[in-house]
Design a protein around this ligand. Structure first.
Ligand code: C5P
Length: 217
């Protein structure tokens, strides 16, 4: 199967030297790409700026802004069987990007922000052949919020993780996730290094994609 995985944060420019971003390290997405390759699949990795090397054998597409990630995902998704949206896409971007460095003044300063385009939701709206997987990084009511996201964004699976625990989520080497299915079923993957979690996730994704294919035949 051909996997497309998004990973890392996006950066939304404020002026030529500043941007809005988040603490995503890209480790989970890169581990999923590696696990997909190890399982004999192909992997396209669309990555925001991170400090880790891409697994040998991946097709790596480097992007910076959410708009660049949107374009790249739409370019490659139609050639893939499983699309895993692991990236922490920044939710808001400055309404305007200043062409010059904004000067410091001794006054309050506010920045007008507008929502970025939701890449996951935009893919779900399309007539598609691929299995669409979202991630939900939550700090409270993890499962309820993730179920809401699964419904609102109309994806096929959602992987929920609690990022309020320093041992899981964003910059950590470990994670603990629950995979939620639209049927109400769920699969919990206990705390483990992200590379181990990634292997389990790849198995779940490829099995679910197989089942969808069998149903369609
Ligand atoms: O930010 P949020 O919790 O809504 O993200 C949930 C899922 O939606 C993640 O899979 C993320 O990659 C995706 N997302 C996206 N485009 C955005 C925001 C989030 O594809 N602008």
């Amino acid at each position: 199967m051909r996997f497309l995985i998004t990973a890392g944060p996006t950066r939304e420019p404020i002026d030529p030297v500043r941007y809005l971003s988040n603490r995503s390290s890209g480790k989970m997405g890169y581990a999923i790409a590696e696990a997909a390759l190890d399982a004999g699949h192909d992997a396209v990795l669309i990555s925001g700026p991170v400090d880790i090397d891409s697994p040998h054998g991946t097709k790596l597409i480097c992007v910076s802004t959410s708009d660049e990630m949107f374009e790249a995902v739409h370019r490659y998704a139609r050639f893939c069987d499983v699309v895993v949206m692991c990236a922490a896409v920044v939710d808001y971007k400055p309404a305007e990007v200043s062409p010059n460095k904004i000067k410091k003044r001794d006054q309050r300063f506010s920045l007008e922000l507008i929502p970025t385009r939701d890449i996951l939701a935009s893919l779900a709206k399309q007539d598609r052949q691929f299995l669409l997987v979202g991630f939900a990084a939550e700090t409270e009511d993890v499962e309820d919020n993730a179920r809401k996201k699964l419904r609102d964004k109309s994806c096929d699976l959602i992987v929920a993780n609690n990022v309020s625990d320093a041992r899981s989520g964003m910059e950590s080497d470990e994670n603990e996730v629950t995979v939620l299915f639209p049927s109400g079923e769920k699969k919990e993957i206990l705390r483990a290094p992200k590379k181990i979690i990634a292997r389990e996730l790849v198995k779940i994704f490829s099995n679910t994609r197989e089942k969808c294919l069998t149903k369609k035949v």
